[in-house]
Design a protein. Sequence first.
Length: 136
Amino acid sequence: MQNIIVLKGEAGVGKSTTIKQILEQIFEIKIYRPKIRRDIVLSFKYKGKIIAILSLGDIEGMIIPYFEQLANDGFDILICACRPTGKTYKFYKDKDDKVNYDVQFIPKTTPIDEEQDKIISDVKIILENLLAEKKK
């Protein structure tokens, strides 16, 4: 089963910023990107599992090719972003109805640090549980 963790929120609430903080605080990966485009797409091995990151969440036409590439390469856990409604939300919601995907949506409503810290903590707990399940 491929697990997908989706930060769901309106434009400008810090979904991509939170994903970068997840990379830094949980995985100890620092991303240096020009401010021209804040989004990232990458995959890496962590505790024997493939973690994929897809912070694009605004335009369905942009996420589909990257999602398909990450899925074709194979991932155990995908951390991504989407808007709370519309095509990008429907794209991930439809994945939740598929047999080989388990999708969890985490709301991201404001750019405040306290909410970001809580989301990072929630993602860390989800990851620990998923990685523990995989070891059994």
